[in-house]
Design a protein around this ligand. Structure first.
Ligand SMILES: N[C@@H](CCC(=O)N[C@@H](CS)C(=O)NCC(=O)O)C(=O)O
Length: 205
């Protein structure tokens, strides 16, 4: 397998899942700052110009964080990333989609790229403030979900890596305090050898 990633981007959550699985894979860095995602070398693999992008051993390409996470968890059951039963899978996907589609795409994107939401610079402060509001509301929902639990489903699952990457952005890129249960989850994640290896590999340790 080959993972296209950018250091510290949302792809870090998929990178963690690959380390949890422990099968051989190649990690290929895409320089988003230099626009490598729009160049033919990358668009010929993923015309969406986004990481994470996973190329399987048969050459087929999988995109979109939740789809890649579900695929990896299902294809490598021995890694125990896939919760048992319909309810467990649905909840893991519910958490993952909340992190990716709401905290990331609606919250963080407003904070990080306000110009994508309002052409006039005069509106950017308001766009960022709305992004922070969306992100903080999402974190509060995760905080309640984690009450009395070490991981979102109780046992570790693929959903935890999605919460990990948005926590990483909030705590370490925006320097904002995480609510208590999310902060404890983030500390637990950072203590996992898989996460430590990924931070090292992405130059973030
Ligand atoms: N919906 C996509 C979102 C992926 C995404 O937004 N990735 C960002 C990095 S965190 C990206 O590749 N951005 C490219 C760019 O900014 O041009 C997914 O779930 O995988």
């Amino acid at each position: 397998m080959k993972l296209y990633y950018a250091p510290g981007a949302c792809s870090i959550g998929i990178h963690v899942l690959l380390e949890e699985i422990g099968k051989p894979y190649e990690a290929v860095a895409v320089n988003l700052r230099e626009g490598a995602q729009f160049k033919p070398d990358f668009t010929s693999v993923n015309p969406k110009s986004k990481v994470p992008t996973l190329v399987r051993d048969d050459g087929s390409v999988l995109t979109e964080y939740p789809a890649i996470a579900v695929y990896l968890a299902s294809a490598f059951p021995e890694a125990k990333l896939l919760p048992q039963g319909a309810e467990g899978l649905a909840r893991a996907l519910e958490y993952t989609d909340h992190a990716v589609a709401t905290l990331h795409m609606q919250g963080f994107s407003r904070i990080f790229r306000p110009a994508n939401f309002a052409p006039s610079e005069a509106d950017h402060a308001a766009v960022k403030a709305r992004g922070e509001e969306i992100f903080a509301k999402g974190l509060a929902i995760f905080d309640a979900a984690l009450a009395g639990k070490d991981y979102l489903l109780g046992d570790y699952s693929f959903a935890d890596s999605a919460l990990y990457y948005v926590s990483f952005w909030w705590a370490d890129r925006l320097n904002k305090p995480l609510p208590p249960n999310v902060a404890a989850h983030y500390a637990r994640m950072k203590a996992r050898p898989s996460v430590q290896r990924v931070l090292q590999a992405e130059g973030l340790a």
